[in-house]
Design a protein around this ligand. Structure first.
Ligand code: NAD
Length: 439
């Protein structure tokens, strides 16, 4: 099938590459000329495991093309995916200007039947608004449907290729047939394609993200209380996760959720509720807990050094908002850097993939140095802080850490190490939700 993907970011690019891998002819469109020329030259703008292999194969075989010209990209496309940004507006509700802007253009450009598929995370009622916007100028028949994306950065390709479920919101039989044809190759193992109305599909995406964010904030509160009462959150996590009704996943405490989705989606759902005069109390708490949790490591560091952080240097391992991605949007590490610098400290940071993006954001800030090697960040630092659970941080050479740091002190925001082992090695080690009596 001929497919167009409007917006070639994390979601759009993975969508385009994966549909091309299953044999479709895909054109990815973006307004970012630099991004498109890099892609045309065979270079990926993001890091995502396995993406490169599929990208190269489909590009070389001519099934995957890139353009900045919308009308060119739409030619003959039966399915047009919108994978455009929906950032928070000033009041926290989703900004739909990218989506509605594209819809306006589609209205004037479409010259054949197509299904316009919204993959972006959008508030209830957006499909209707997109339809109305296209309709203003449309000369042909078309369908607008909702197909929210559930991929996780760091696992995006494998999530897209083997989705737990595909959610499709439409009542159009014609659109259903096209969507079934597109997605059937990805659900061969029997995972469901769930058809529902558009509003329910739009809401499903927010409900999923808000629920996951709630799980994280809940565990962070359990962790904080565990520290106070002298309990160990690792044991509690296993103790509750073995209950099928709760499940083992997403129960790890840490320094708060970040990324481009959870913070904005929780807020956008809260705003939708507000619009319908419904006070969604849990969501307010989820966000509030997360904002406080992002300061946890800073507070622990500040307590340990009795507020005297001026002139100190801290090594920081991990900048991405989670492992296996170079995405730093809303990453807790950034807040930690800002708090430390504001307190007069310097930061020497290492991340295997995200340093380039941090460099772009911070420029040549004198108090932030980015290193090429994880141990280089430790030199003469007052403590090591860990913000992202990359695999390569899991079994470090502790002897080198002791040798390089001024003193053996680690603040671990991701509970990577065994407190007993670190105590034996002579470290002062603080983590999340494991009280000092565990150490
Ligand atoms: P992104 O910022 O990585 O990519 C968006 C792309 O759209 C950018 O390349 C931008 O240049 C391009 N763009 C903007 N205006 C355009 C226009 N008029 N025409 C063509 N291209 C245009 O965003 P993303 O992370 O891919 O997210 C897209 C949507 O998917 C959001 O609604 C997000 O909430 C949702 N989502 C994201 C993820 C994720 O993990 N990133 C997962 C599921 C859903």
């Amino acid at each position: 099938m001929k497919i167009a993907v409007v917006g070639t970011g994390y979601v759009g690019l993975v969508t385009g590459v994966c549909f091309a891998e299953s044999g479709n002819e895909v054109t990815c469109i973006d307004i970012d000329e630099k991004k498109i020329s890099e892609l045309k030259a065979g270079r990926l703008p993001i890091y995502e495991p396995d993406l490169d292999t599929y990208f190269k194969r489909s590009s070389n075989e001519g099934r995957l093309n890139f353009t900045t010209d919308l009308s060119d990209g739409l030619k003959g496309a039966q399915a047009i995916f919108l994978a455009l940004p929906t950032p928070p507006g000033l009041d926290g509700s989703a900004d739909l200007s990218y989506i509605l802007g594209a819809a306006k253009d589609l209205g004037t450009l479409l010259d054949h039947y197509a299904v316009i598929i919204n993959k972006s995370t959008v508030p209830v009622g957006t499909a209707e608004r997109v339809r109305a916007e296209i309709q203003k100028n449309a000369k042909i028949e078309f369908d607008v449907i909702s197909n929210p994306e559930f991929l996780r950065e760091g696992l995006a390709v494998s999530d897209f290729m083997n989705p737990d479920r595909v959610v499709i919101g439409t009542t159009s039989q014609k659109a259903k047939k096209i969507m079934k044809e597109l997605y059937e190759p990805f659900v061969k193992e029997g995972n469901p394609i769930l058809f529902m109305d558009e509003r329910s599909a739009e809401m499903t995406k927010y409900a999923a993200n808000a629920f996951l964010a709630m799980k994280i904030s809940f565990m962070n509160e359990i962790a904080n209380l565990s520290e106070k009462v002298g309990a160990n959150v690792d044991d509690i996590r296993l103790g509750i996760g073995t209950d099928d009704r709760i499940g083992k996943r997403f129960l790890f405490p840490g320094i708060g959720y970040g990324g481009s989705c959870f913070p904005k989606d929780v807020m956008a759902l809260y705003k939708t509720a507000e619009e319908y005069k419904y006070d969604f109390k849990i969501l307010r708490a989820v966000t509030e807990v997360n904002q406080l949790q992002k300061r946890t490591i800073f507070n622990k560091v500040s307590d340990y050094f009795k507020g005297d952080l001026k002139g100190r240097t801290f090594a920081l391992w991990g900048l991405a908002f989670k492992p296996d991605t170079d995405d730093i949007r809303e990453a807790p590490a950034l807040e930690l850097i800002d708090l430390l610098i504001d307190a007069g400290a310097s930061v020497r940071a290492f991340d295997p993939e995200a340093a380039v993006n941090v460099k772009k954001l911070y420029g040549d800030t004198p108090k932030l140095e980015l290193t090429d090697h994880q141990y280089e960040a430790l030199k003469e630092a007052d403590a090591l802080l860990i913000a992202t659970e990359w695999d390569l941080f899991r079994s470090p050479d502790f002897k080198t850490i002791v040798k390089e740091l001024k003193q053996p002190v680690i603040f671990d925001g991701r509970n990577l190490y065994d407190p007993h082992k670190l105590k034996k090695l002579g470290f002062h080690y603080e983590s999340i939700g494991r009280s000092s009596s565990d150490v």
